[in-house]
Design a protein around this ligand. Sequence first.
Ligand SMILES: Nc1ncnc2c1ncn2[C@@H]1O[C@H](COP(=O)(O)OP(=O)(O)OP(=O)(O)O)[C@@H](O)[C@H]1O
Ligand SMILES: [Mg+2]
Length: 655
Amino acid sequence: MSETLDHSLASKLALDLKTILTPRRLVGLYRLMAGFRWLYLGALVAVTIGAYVRTLFYRLVRHTVDNVLGDPGAANQLPWIAGAFVGLAALEGLFAYMRGTWSAKTAEGITLRLRNYLFDHIQRLPFGFHDYVKTGELIQRSTSDVDAVRRFFADQALGIGRIVALFLVNLAMLVTLDLRLALTSIAVMPVIVAMSYFFFGRVSKAYEAYQEQEAKLSTVLQENLSGVRVVRAFARQDYETDKFDRENLGKYHRGRRLTFMHALYWPLSDVICAAQTVLAMATGASMALRGQITVGTYMAAMGMVVWIIWPIRNLGRLIVNVSTGLVSYQRVADVIAEDREDIDEGTVAPGAAIRGALEFENVGFAYEPRAVLEDPEPKRARSRRGEKAPAKESEPKPAAQGEPAPSVEVLHDITFSCAPGEVVALLGSTGSGKTSIINLLLRFYDYQEGHITLDGIELLDYPRALLRRSIGIVEQEPFLFSRSIRENIAYGVERDVSQEEIEAAARAAAIHAIIVTFPDGYNTIVGEKGVTLSGGQRQRVAIARALLKDPRILVLDDATSSVDTETEELIREALAKLMEGRTTFIVAHRIQSVMAADLILVLDRGRIVQSGTHADLVNQEGLYREIYEIQSRIDAEVQQEVAAEAEPALDGQLV
Ligand SMILES: Nc1ncnc2c1ncn2[C@@H]1O[C@H](COP(=O)(O)OP(=O)(O)OP(=O)(O)O)[C@@H](O)[C@H]1O
Ligand SMILES: [Mg+2]
C-alpha cells in the first residue's frame, strides 16, 4: 500500500534545509523543527499539565491523611475522594497520550523531511563529491545519524521539557508546602549538573568516534558486497574477513568506551540521588516528629521529592544523550552543507534545440581534488569544549574527510571541431583521457581552460539538464537497476514509451533476440548490478537505453568492449543507420569500430597526438598506424586459424 501525505505535512516537507545550517548545533536543531513547533509546544504544554495533575495527586493524599482519615465526621467524603483519585489518574493519562502522539508526530515528521531532503540532496551533489566520499559513509549518515536526530526530538528534546516541567511544578508545590523541605530536596543539584557537564563532553567525543567507526564498517561491508565477485575470484575472503574483523573490533572498543561512560555515570548519579532522597526524607521526618509539619504534608512532600530527584537524575542522562543527537546532527548537516550541482543554471533556454556542432579550443582540464564533509564548526568552539581538533588526533582521519591532494591536469590543449551529424572517434591507450573528454561534454565536470562550444555557444552556458537530456550516453561500465529490462531501457525517457519503441531500440542494439528468450521477456528483473546479464548483454541494454532517448548527440564510451566481433558488426550496422544526422562520439579500441568516423582523434597522455580520417592516419607515421598494423596482423592470424579449424567442425554441425 502506498501511503499518501496529508496536505499540511506536504507543505512542511517543502522547507529547504540549507536554511538550518549554522555552526551552533542547538540552533540548527531548533531550525530543523520549522513547521512543527506548535505541535511540539502543544506536547510540552501537555507535559506540564500532566506534571501539575500529578502534584494534585499528592495534595489530595495530604488532604485525605490530615483531614479525612482522623475525622469520623468526614467519612462521607471518601467516595468523592476515591472518585477524584480516579479522575486525576484519567486526566494524567489523557495528557500523557497527547504528549505521546504529538511528540511522535513532531519527531517522525522532522525525520521524514530530513530523510527525503538528504536523499534528494545526495542525488544532486556533483561527481566531484562522490569521487571522494565512500558510499558506506553516506549510507551511515542517511540512516543511523538521521535516526539519532529522530531520537533527539522523540526522546531527548521533549524529555528535557518534561523533566524541567516536573522539576519546576513539583518544586513550586513543595515550596508552598514548606520552604525548608524544598531547599533541602535540591541540595545536590549543582553536583549532578556539574557531573553531567563533565560527561557531556566525553560522551560527545566517544560517540563521534563510534559513529565514524560504524561508517567505516558500513563501507567495508558495502564494498565487499558490491565487489563480491572480485573477492571470490581472488580468493580474498580471509583477507576481507580480517579487514572486517579489524574494523569491527575497532567498533567494539569504541562502543565499549561509550558504554563505559554511561556505566560510570549511572551508579555515580544513583549514589548522589539516593543520598539526596535520604536527606530529604530525614529532614521531613524530623520536622514531622517535631510537629513542624503534619503527617499528610510529610507524605505529600515525599511524593513530590521523588518527582524532583527523578528529573535531576534523568536530566543528567538526557544531557549526556543530547550529545549524541548533536554529533549526529552535525554529521547530517555536513552533507547538507555540500553544494549541489545546479542542473538548471545557464543562459541557454532549457528547451533549446541542439544541432550538435561541437568545437573544442585549447581545452585543459584537471580533476580537482577537494576536501568533502568538512566539519564547519570553528576550531575555537572545539577547544572551548576541551576537544582536540581532529587533525591532531593520533588516529587516522576518516576517509570521508580526505585532504585535497594536488590536482593533476589530465587533458591538455585539446582542439578539434565537428559539424552536426559527424562521427568523432577517440582512440588511445588506457588512461589517455577519453572518458574525461566525454565527462566534459555532459558537464559532469567543468573544464578550467580553453573553450568548448556547442552550436557556437559556450558549453558552460548550457543548463546541465538540457545537455544531459540531449546527449545519449552509453557509459564505459553501464549500470542497470534491479528493475525490469523494460524499465532499464526506458530509463530517462520522460514520456510514455510503447512496447514497439522499446523493441525497436533493443533490436538496434542487437539484444531483442536475447531478451525474448528470457522467461519473462522484457519484464525480466535484472539482478543486483545486472549480474544475471552478461557483460555484453548489459552493454547492449545500455545502448538500447541511449538510443531510445533519441538524442541529438550520441556518446558511446567503449560501448561494445564486451561484445564479440560479430555482434559488434551487427550493432555497428544498426547504429550506422541510427547515427545519421546525430553527432556521435565513439570511444573504441578496435580500429574496425572507428574506421568509418569523420574524424579520428588519437590521444596519448591527455593530448591529441594525431587527428584525421582513417585514410589520412594510415598513411602517416605514428601511433594510429602502429595500432592498425598490430590489429590487422592479429586479425589476419585469427582469421587463418578460424578458417583452418572451423571448417571440419562446421561440416559436422551441418550434418
Ligand atoms: N574522477 C576522477 N578523479 C581524478 N582523476 C581521475 C578521475 N577519473 C579519471 N581520472 C584520471 O584521469 C586520467 C584519464 O582518465 P580517463 O578515464 O579519461 O581515461 P580513458 O582514456 O577513458 O581510459 P580507459 O580507456 O581505461 O577508459 C587517468 O589518469 C585517471 O587516473
Ligand atoms: Mg574510459
